[in-house]
Ligand binder design. Structure first.
Ligand code: SF4
Length: 597
């Protein structure tokens, strides 16, 4: 068995209550590392891409990263892989916090949950032991109530991953949360967990993780920590203001969406009202970090008598600036509801933006919304819509289906700001052609993480800085970012640490930890292989080159960005970038990976 891994997983079938351990062969671990990689491997093996993602045998595959729980900076992440009920794509979403660390210390690298329980249950996993326990008294409770009850029942040391009312109500934009407010959000994993009648997973692991080659391992960790301290992004920008500190910078680069991506024009005084600086002054109680993280980008905040985490950049961008709502308190309160009920704030903010555009253009009327005036900039409606969505009530039922379905329902599919059915995050594609290509090629759809976090490389990429409008070089940058991100996702490292260190340090740490001889090139090769498998899965699920695209608005409507009127020209710009991307990936001109890759 490879050092540092448990070498085994456990399958739980909730239909039959059968619990079965299985061995994970070394060559599988060597080929897929962990996290996203192992998740993709098992999903491909176990679930037919053509099947309904909410069918009984649709699995949730939970995997610890290859370095999760080690001393690697930010190394606390785990992944959940599944076929998305929202989009139908292969989806791997990951989260920080502390749950993943405890999971790995239970003695399992992989947890596969399939089937559907006849009544609400939760799982309790301690060292090499799994129990299925009734959760009748937990069903209907919020995330904080559920977590408090389970911690009270066991010990404060256990970690809880759970769904809130949104997941129970099968809301397609619902998240799975852990450690109260860390989200596995994108693609609707909460609905899949809810469909299985599975409320929570409690982990109580304490196994020790011991590196094989201490000298190599610690030399890599020392170097990574040194780089974290010297990078201005990881030592200053994120620790000082959190991710919401990006808001002004993104706006200054004409990248911050407004009114469902109709423009990027915000008055500077409005941006001040929702800025990271104001959050620090008015709402901040404490800075928080995930496991072994010195970047500490998380913000604990307070509004009146309510406390919670956030809002982070994406929430502020999508549920604030995009909706023309510049009210930090309203955004924070709505964020607390999302955390406690289990909703994806990106998909929610994006979909509300669409609903507001549909309302203002007359596709939706007051009778559809049961009296709610869904106007851009309307004060006070955000917490109301958020709660209705989580509870699957009133007009919230339609918001909870996500932007693609909402736009189709009201006969305006072209107004959905989605790629492959997943709602775009808070960066305007016309303001960064590299990011646009990243969105279009992301395996899980409109996403700045799986698509590559290219946007900020345009202004604080350091040595990796890229020109955001250059067509010829875009594909190379996108492939590079996607590969690095896939390495981080598979090893269980936070994407933000990539502003400081990368494959060189990770290869040294991973080799020291496992005793394997793994080079930076090996890590990239593995990442490419994982993404080829994801591509194959999506193709078998029915996705084609036509789905590697952008909302029509990005091609048809010009905006003044960085001093020029810009849209993305379909043939001379987008298609050119896409073909180059396929070529670098080794795929044919239709985006099919040949067997030889
Ligand atoms: S940078 Fe932020 S999200 Fe990443 S591990 Fe640290 S606290 Fe968590």
């Amino acid at each position: 068995m490879i050092n540092g891994y448990n070498g085994k997983g456990v399958k739980v079938d909730l239909s039959s209550n059968k619990i079965e351990e299985f061995e994970i062969e070394d060559f599988i671990i060597e080929s897929f590392l962990g996290g996203r990689g192992l998740g993709v491997y098992f999903l491909k093996k176990l679930f037919n891409p053509k099947e309904n993602p909410l069918s009984e045998n649709s699995p949730l595959i939970i995997t610890a990263g290859g370095l999760t729980g080690t001393k690697t900076p930010t190394g606390g992440r785990f992944s959940i892989s599944f076929k998305s009920p929202l989009t139908g794509t292969i989806t791997s979403s990951n989260s920080g916090g502390f749950w993943g660390v405890n999971f790995r210390k239970t003695g399992y690298d992989v947890l596969i949950i399939s089937g559907k329980s006849s009544e609400p249950v939760y799982l309790y996993i301690s060292e090499d032991r799994v129990k299925i326990i009734s959760a009748k008294d937990l069903w209907g409770k919020t995330l904080s109530e559920t977590t408090d009850i389970l911690k009270e029942k066991y010990t404060k040391a256990v970690k809880v991953l759970a769904i809130g009312p949104a997941g129970e109500n099968l809301v397609l934009i619902s998240a799975i949360m852990n450690d109260y407010s860390r989200a596995v959000a994108r693609g609707g994993p909460g609905a899949l967990m809810g469909s299985k009648n599975l409320k929570a997973i409690v982990v109580d692991g304490r196994k020790k993780l011991i590196p094989k080659n201490q000298e190599l391992y610690y030399s890599g960790i020392k170097q990574a920590n040194k780089l974290l301290k010297s990078s201005p992004v990881t030592s200053k920008a994120l620790p000082q203001l959190g991710t919401v500190g990006l808001l002004k910078l993104i706006n200054d680069h004409d990248m911050l969406p407004h009114k469902n991506f109709q423009d990027v024009y915000h008055k500077p005084e409005n941006i001040e009202k929702i800025s990271g600086e104001l959050l620090r002054k008015k709402l901040l109680i404490a800075k928080r970090g995930c496991f072994n993280c010195t970047i500490t980008c998380t913000r604990k905040t307070k509004v009146d008598d309510k406390t919670g985490e956030g809002p982070e950049f994406e929430t502020t961008a999508l549920m604030g600036a995009n909706l023309d709502i510049y009210d930090l308190e309203d955004i924070a309160i709505s964020n607390y509801i999302c955390n406690d009920y289990g909703l994806d704030t990106i998909s929610l903010g994006n979909t509300i933006g669409l609903a507001m555009e549909l309302y203002e253009k007359g596709y939706i009327t007051k009778s559809d919304t049961e009296g709610i005036e869904l106007m851009f900039g309307k004060r006070g409606i955000l917490p109301v819509i958020t709660e209705l969505t989580a509870l699957n009530r009133g007009f919230g039922k339609y918001i909870g289906e996500g932007a693609k379905r909402l736009a189709e329902r009201f006969n305006a599919p072209e107004l959905a700001m989605v790629v492959k059915g997943l709602e775009l995050p808070g960066y305007e594609p016309r303001a960064s052609y590299t990011q646009a290509l990243g969105y279009a090629t992301s395996p899980r759809g409109g996403c700045h993480l799986k698509g590559g976090y290219l946007v900020t490389l345009g202004f604080f990429g350091g040595s990796r800085e890229v020109n955001r409008f250059l067509i010829d070089t875009a594909a190379g940058h996108v492939v590079n970012e996607q590969d690095s991100g896939c390495v981080a996702d598979s090893l269980g490292i936070c994407r933000f640490s990539l502003y400081a260190f990368g494959e060189n340090e990770l290869a040294r740490i991973y080799s020291g930890y496992t005793g394997l001889d793994v080079s930076p090139e090996d890590l990239k090769f593995i990442a490419q292989n994982i993404q080829n498998l994801e591509r194959e899965y999506n193709i078998k699920a029915g996705f084609t080159k036509e789905d590697d695209s952008l909302p029509p608005r990005m091609f048809n409507e010009k905006l003044m960005i960085a001093g020029e009127m810009r849209a993305i020209e379909r043939d001379s710009q987008f298609e050119k970038m896409l073909q180059k991307y396929y070529e670098i990936r080794g795929w044919d001109s239709e985006g099919n990976p040949p067997k030889t890759t």
